[in-house]
Every structure is written in C-alpha cells, then in structure tokens.
Design a protein around this ligand. Structure first.
Ligand code: URA
Length: 431
C-alpha cells in the first residue's frame, strides 16, 4: 500500500509556507527514523522549517512524533529511595561546562539527576565529548546500568540510549552538518523530545542568548524558552527556564579536557566567578523544581560533598577522577595588540576557534581531540598590557592554527570605554 503522503509532498508544503498536517508530521518522522526518507530530503525539510518556522501545534506534534520514534523511560522513584528527579539542559554555548559540576552538586543535595547528554553541535561543545577526555570514562550505559548508578550515586551523565528519541539522534547529527541548527522549532522539539522521553520529574532549561548562542537576541531566546516550557508543562514535567548570557565565553576555557579541569576547580571550591554563579543558580532552580527550595547548594559545594559525588560518578563509569588529563602537543599564544581594557571577547569567535583546533567535529562521527581548545587569560573589563597573553590555543595538529586564528580575527577588542559586564542571568521563564 503506498503512503497517503510522501517526502516531496511534505517538503513542498513547508517550502511554500504551509502548515504540516499531523499525518504529514507523524509519517515523515517515522519514515526518516526507519530510513525510508533520505538524509537529503530531511535536510531540505529542515531548511524549509528553518526558513518558514512552525506553528505551536506543529512543534507539539513534531515533538510527540520524535518521542514516539522510541521508548519513553520510567524512572522508578521507589528504587531511588524516594528521591525526586530533576534534570538541566542548556541550549548550547561556548565554555558551557556547567553540567559537570552541577549534576554532582544537585545529587549531593538529595535529588537524583539523570542527565542524558549529547555531543558537540556546531561551534558549541558537548558534555559527553568533554567527559570522554577523562581516561577510561564511558558515555555508553545500558538503561539498567544507568538506573543502578542513579540509585547508588544519585547522578549519572551518559549518552541517551539508542531507544530514546532515535529520530532526534539522526536529525541532530544531520542538522549539525547542514547548517540547520538555528531554528526555534527544531531546537525546542529536539531538546524536549529527549527530556520528556527520559522521564525526569522536573526540568530546568538554560537558554543561552548572545553571539555565541544559537539565539542571538533576547526576544528569540524568550520565544525558544516559552516554547520549551510549554512543551514540558503540557507533558506533565515541571519546567522552568533561565535566559543566560552567551555573548562572551563562560569561564576561562573552551575545549574538552580544559573544561573538565575547570569544572574540577569549581567542585574544589575555586573556579571562575561566572561559572560558580551559574552553577549555583541552576542548582537552586533544580532543587526548587524538585520540591527542595530550602536546601542551599552552596553548602554542598563548600563542604566537598559535591566533589565526593563527582568522584563516585566518574569512577562508576570507568573513569579515573585522579588521572592526569590529556595535554595538547602544541600551543600558540594570542597577545594583546595594545594596552587598555579588553572591551569585547566574542563567544562565537572563541567557540569556532576551539572547534577548528579539533575540539569539535565537522563531519558526523568524527573523533574530537580531547586536549584541543582555548584558554582565556583576560575577560571583558580586564586591563591588559600590549604583548600580554590574551588567549592560548591548544591542539595536537598545529596545521589547524591558521584557520583557528582566522576565527578570532575581529572577535576581541582592546580600547577604553568599557560599559561594564552585564549580568550572567538575564531572565526567568516559568509555565
Ligand atoms: N541541544 C539539543 O539537544 N538540540 C538542539 O537542537 C540544540 C541544542
């Protein structure tokens, strides 16, 4: 029997600015998942969605269809010792290593954190790529192992199993290499299909805004946040979103092992102020969403309890938390061209530079370099002296320096007249 719809028909509808029917959406997602719609057809559809958008109804149906492409997990609260569950998801930024200290911190406060994470997308780093720089650590866990770790340790960061929203898995990889990431309907449905399917009780979204984020301005970020909060709330998941600044990189590192080291600094009670501030703010939101508004995560950070959970979490997945992290074979230093104040350091330039150094991938499935990335020596507002190091580029393959340096061309400015650093947290969206 031939289907009532076909791929070309669906592409034409969206290309011409129409609204996809429920039947078209259900069919195209299911057919793409089983390989009956080709990557080039899905890529054309993703492009049409990027250009023409989707209604709230279409986004909701698209998300449902992506959830239905796989299994919906149930997190057994009883086996978790009655602990509620909560999760956090960031829309992707540069130097955004917050999940690493956050998951053990929240678990140390008595709330279980099942964090199913992804790999790098475009110029933004991926949590799994970062953790894989720890010798021995594995992202792949069976559902049973994941639940066991959640019960024993309270926190698990791992790859979403192949059964969870497989349509998103394929589409995410396709969007990464076809420049079709920056679409509110596609980002919202991608994130929320995985989060709803994983079965978390509550969810805190970190929606990034600025030149280094997929959403460049506050209005778009707010629309993305509202779309995701509505999808979560409709699915019975307590969902809130923070809109946070991504005009300049978060912290002082962008790259896999470099970001792990910075996260360990935070867990040890140090680390850059913006990383600590955002980690604590998101932890407070997660604890409140999970019904523990009175627990102060700063205590678990200061007491070392969060560090203890980190070590157990890494060991449980085969990693050695005490092992030395990989170090790049080559470095190149970028110095201040003049003396004055660093008035601007664009997250996008630093993110692309780190990506080109080997921290991210340009083809699906490509290996990333654990040690590649950028170390930042000055942030906007800092005084700098001509010739002092501003950035250090790290890579195992020095032929990458030229293209990485090209990404930094115009990405920072030394002058005077710095207006002051803006806040890290810009707004909060609740259902
Ligand atoms: N993170 C996701 O999981 N999906 C997107 O589309 C963007 C960020």
């Amino acid at each position: 029997m031939s289907p009532a719809v076909d791929a070309v028909d669906v592409i034409v509808t969206k290309r011409d600015g129409g609204v996809l029917s429920d039947e078209q959406i259900d069919w195209v997602i299911a057919a793409y998942t089983r390989g009956a719609v080709a990557d080039e057809q899905m890529s054309a559809l993703a492009r049409a969605i990027l250009l023409n958008g989707m209604t709230r109804g279409e986004i909701s149906r698209w998300t449902e269809a992506m959830i239905s492409s796989g299994v919906r997990m149930q997190l057994p609260r009883d086996e978790l010792g009655g602990r509620p569950t909560t999760d956090k998801h960031s829309t992707g930024g540069v130097g955004d290593k917050i999940t690493l200290p956050l998951a053990p911190l929240v678990a140390a406060c008595g709330v279980a954190v099942p964090q199913l994470s992804g790999r790098g997308l475009g110029h933004t780093g991926g949590t799994l790529d970062k953790l894989e720089s720890i010798p021995g650590w594995s992202a792949e866990l069976s559902n049973e192992a994941m639940l066991q770790q959640l019960e024993d340790v309270g926190a698990v960061i791992c790859a979403a199993g192949s059964g969870l929203a497989p349509a998103d898995k394929k589409l995410y990889a396709l969007r990464d290499v076809t420049a079709t990431v920056e679409s509110i309907p596609l980002i919202a449905s991608s994130i929320m299909s995985k989060k709803i399917a994983e079965g978390t009780g509550s969810l805190v979204l970190d929606v990034k805004v600025g030149n280094g984020a997929f959403m460049k301005d506050l209005a778009d970020a707010r629309e993305l946040a509202e779309t995701m909060v509505a999808l979560g709330t409709d699915a019975g998941v307590r969902t809130i979103a923070l809109l946070t600044d991504m005009s300049t990189p978060l912290g002082l590192t962008a790259g896999n092992a470099l970001e792990v080291a910075e996260s360990v600094d935070v867990l040890a009670g140090g680390g850059p102020g913006d990383v600590v501030e955002l980690t604590l703010a998101l932890a407070r939101e997660m604890l409140a969403a999970a019904g523990k508004p009175d627990v102060d995560p700063a205590d678990a950070l200061a007491s070392g309890k969060a560090m203890d959970v980190w070590k157990r979490m890494i060991s449980a997945q085969g990693g050695d938390p005490a092992a030395a992290l990989p170090v790049a074979r080559e470095i190149h230093t970028v110095t201040a061209p003049s003396s004055g104040t660093l008035t601007r350091l664009d997250a996008m330039g630093v993110g692309i530079a780190a990506w080109r150094l080997g921290a991210g991938r340009s083809r699906p499935g490509e290996a990333v370099q654990a040690a590649a990335g950028v170390v930042i020596h000055a942030k906007p507002g800092d005084s700098v002296v001509q010739g002092q190091p501003l950035l250090t580029l790290h890579t195992d393959t020095p032929e990458r320096f030229d293209r990485s340096l090209a990404a930094l061309d115009g990405a920072f400015e030394v002058g005077d007249g710095f207006a002051g650093a803006g806040p890290v947290i810009l707004d909060r969206v609740v259902g």
